[in-house]
Design a binder for this molecule. Structure first.
Ligand code: NOJ
Ligand code: MG
Length: 531
């Protein structure tokens, strides 16, 4: 591409959670035909790539993150032919397709695990992490599972425990075994041959555990009400040095194929540790997901400091990325409120680095309260009442008013948002001031102005509640001014002259900038600078 930037550096990724995007057959579960039918929404929106959460055959203990066959499609989602059609239709529209790759674990129904657990001498025994009990017969050590309970599950038949970072239905693969590695790299090759443009790699920080099985130490930060898994610091179960070799091998497999295929890694880590996931000489992930906007307090000074720290920590040539939400985290509009969600989308789409938009955030969806009898997420079922459940962020996307909200003609697998008659894609499409209108305007502007995609990031700082920065490219210069507070305010414009290109309120276009910049409550501005 021009300027030597790859498509994914200029581009914007959109995450589809397939169960909840569009149902085509009335079973209440979104599917591949549904996604294909809605590709024009993504084109209209103005994104460049669609990342689809897992679609492989699965018992759905963790809704697809428990893969029982890496090279097929779950019947609830469709068929391989329908997948090929989706890819062709997406490519025909200039959209890239990114799949979810789940290397850390499989389903306990995967044939590999069935073989592995069948006997201690099975050739696949060592494909998973099996250990003898502790002398007292209990689990080999104190490791706990993310979704509750010991991370070790006793297997009566063969008299050993197996390790699972998540559910007991998600046994961890043993990446120390070269045969596992090769089999899992072949999974990448299978989909790359089918034309996919890249992968989002699941739970990469969990890929390898301490070989000596040392106990994890207690965490000083744990408080009642937090997940029991956080009682321990995951010193020996997460972010182990061996993970980087495995990532480099994934990258090499991807590079066996032509085109700029993309590898994004899911790793929830502090900034300094996250940077190692770019790999030595950038031979790791193109984009180790940066989730820090999700966890940083929504205050101008804190966000300014985060951006500076992240930019400063990037390895030379490392390309940044930003995320406001996904299928695991409370929605941005619920975290910071609908008015600030508009400011957040201006931030996301004007920062330097590849943005990922989670489905529904483009219409400002809120978390949907799920009555206890309708809870689906195993995390909530295992550890109820701690607010860990992810169903609220996985409610179906409302496309239109009316029964089923255009998502399904049947009974949706999770409740529709209660306000779907008012908040839906069609209604927002018809409203020139909607969140959807804002996101489209931001994406159009980002596409039109290279300064906003590939330009330099120049911090200005926080002035009270207002976050200020610039993007510059060639002679072009934009100043972004975000009121992260709910009171109107005025800040000096300095020597700046220019005019408003876009307001989160979608008014004020072309308004010239005087000696001061006035901002409404929760208002953000993109200012085109002159001179
Ligand atoms: C991270 C995924 O995003 C989440 O949904 C899943 O439960 C875990 N990894 C386990 O695969
Ligand atoms: Mg369906």
């Amino acid at each position: 591409m021009s300027d030597g930037h790859a498509w994914w550096q200029r581009g914007v990724v959109y995450q589809v959670y397939p169960r909840s995007f569009q149902d085509s057959d009335g079973d209440g579960i979104g599917d591949l035909r549904g996604i294909t039918a809605r590709l024009d929404h993504l084109v209209d929106l103005g994104v460049d790539a669609v990342w689809i959460s897992p679609i492989y055959p699965s018992p759905m203990a963790d809704f697809g993150y428990d893969v029982a066959d890496h090279t097929g499609i779950d019947p609830a989602f469709g068929t391989l032919e329908e997948f090929d059609r989706l890819v062709a239709e997406a490519h025909g529209r200039g959209l890239r397709v990114i799949l979810d790759y789940v290397p850390n674990h499989t389903s306990d129904r995967h044939p590999w695990f069935a073989a592995s657990r069948s006997s201690r001498t099975d050739p696949l025994r060592d494909w998973y992490v099996w250990r003898d009990p502790a002398p007292d017969g209990g689990p080999p050590n104190n490791w706990v599972a993310e979704f509750g309970g010991s991370a070790w599950e006793w297997d009566e038949r063969t008299g050993q425990y197996y390790y699972h970072a998540y559910l007991k239905e998600q046994p961890d693969l043993n990446w120390r075994n070269p045969a596992v590695r090769e089999a899992m790299l072949n999974v990448l090759r299978f989909w790359l041959r089918r034309g996919v443009d890249g992968f989002r790699v699941d739970a990469i920080h969990h890929l390898v555990e301490d070989e000596r099985l040392r106990d994890n130490p207690p965490s000083p930060d744990w408080r009642p009400g937090m997940s029991p898994a956080r009682r321990l610091v995951r010193a020996h179960t997460m972010d182990q040095p061996e993970v980087h070799e495995a990532i480099a091998a994934m990258r090499r497999a991807v590079e066996e194929f032509p085109g700029d295929r993309l590898l994004i890694g899911e790793a929830y880590l502090p900034i300094d540790r996250l940077m190692a996931y770019y790999g030595i000489d950038l031979a790791g992930f193109h984009l180790p997901f940066n989730f820090h906007l999700i966890s940083t307090p929504w205050k101008a000074a804190a966000v300014a400091a985060l951006i500076d720290a992240y930019e400063a920590a990037l390895p030379p040539g490392g390309w940044p990325n930003w995320v406001l939400g996904n299928h695991d985290r409370s929605r941005v509009a619920s975290r910071i409120g609908p008015a600030q969600a508009r400011v957040a989308s201006m931030l996301l789409l004007t920062l330097r680095g590849t943005p990922t938009i989670y489905q529904g955030d483009e219409i400002g969806m809120l978390d949907v309260a799920i009555p206890p009898d309708l809870v689906q997420d195993p995390w909530e079922r295992n550890l109820p009442g701690l607010g860990l459940g992810r169903d609220p962020v996985r409610a179906p996307l409302p496309w239109a008013a009316g029964p089923g909200a255009g998502f399904t003609t049947g009974a949706p697998w999770l409740p529709l948002p209660p306000d779907h008659a008012r908040t839906n894609v069609a209604a927002q499409d018809a409203d020139p001031f909607s969140m959807l209108a804002l996101v489209k305007a931001l994406l159009r502007l980002r596409r039109a102005e290279p300064a906003l995609s590939v330009g330099d990031y120049v911090p200005v700082g926080a002035i009270g509640d207002v976050l200020v920065y610039e993007r510059r490219h060639g002679g072009e210069r934009f100043r972004i001014v975000l009121n992260m507070g709910s009171a109107p305010c005025e800040i000096p414009s300095g020597p700046l002259t220019g005019h408003i290109r876009l307001s989160t309120g979608l008014g004020r276009v072309n308004e010239p900038i005087g000696r001061t910049i006035s901002l409404g409550p929760d208002e953000g501005l993109v200012i085109a600078c002159e001179g």
